[in-house]
Write a protein that binds this ligand. Structure first.
Ligand code: FES
Length: 105
């Protein structure tokens, strides 16, 4: 069992546990456990509802595709560690990662 530490959009903290291959990406875990309104575009990097900030324990998150950069660029606020959760593969590498949910505009 792996763990992710999540601060939601109202500042509440959660510890979410997951198994390898339980979810295809981080957005699916968040939608399943915390939010119904994340994932409007079903993981196509178009809606921005899964905008998060990420602090890993050195895990590599994978390259940002152009569509993710464009969607993040359309957000009201963007940070150095902004990502779309739907574009992050949820594997054991992410164990111990901390994220903050920003959400879409
Ligand atoms: S689910 Fe729409 S951008 Fe991630």
């Amino acid at each position: 069992m792996y763990q992710i530490f999540v601060t939601d959009s109202i500042g509440d903290d959660h510890v979410l546990e997951y198994r390898k291959h339980e979810f295809r990406n981080l957005m699916e875990l968040l939608a399943d456990r915390l939010y119904d309104d994340i994932g409007e575009c079903r993981g196509r990097a178009l809606c921005g509802t899964c905008h998060i900030r990420v602090w890993t324990n050195g895990a590599k998150l994978g390259k940002q595709e152009l569509v993710e950069k464009q969607t993040l660029g359309d957000q009201y606020e963007i940070f150095d560690n902004s990502r779309l959760a739907c574009q992050i593969l949820l594997d054991g590498e992410l164990d111990g990662t901390k994220i903050e949910i920003i959400g879409g505009d």
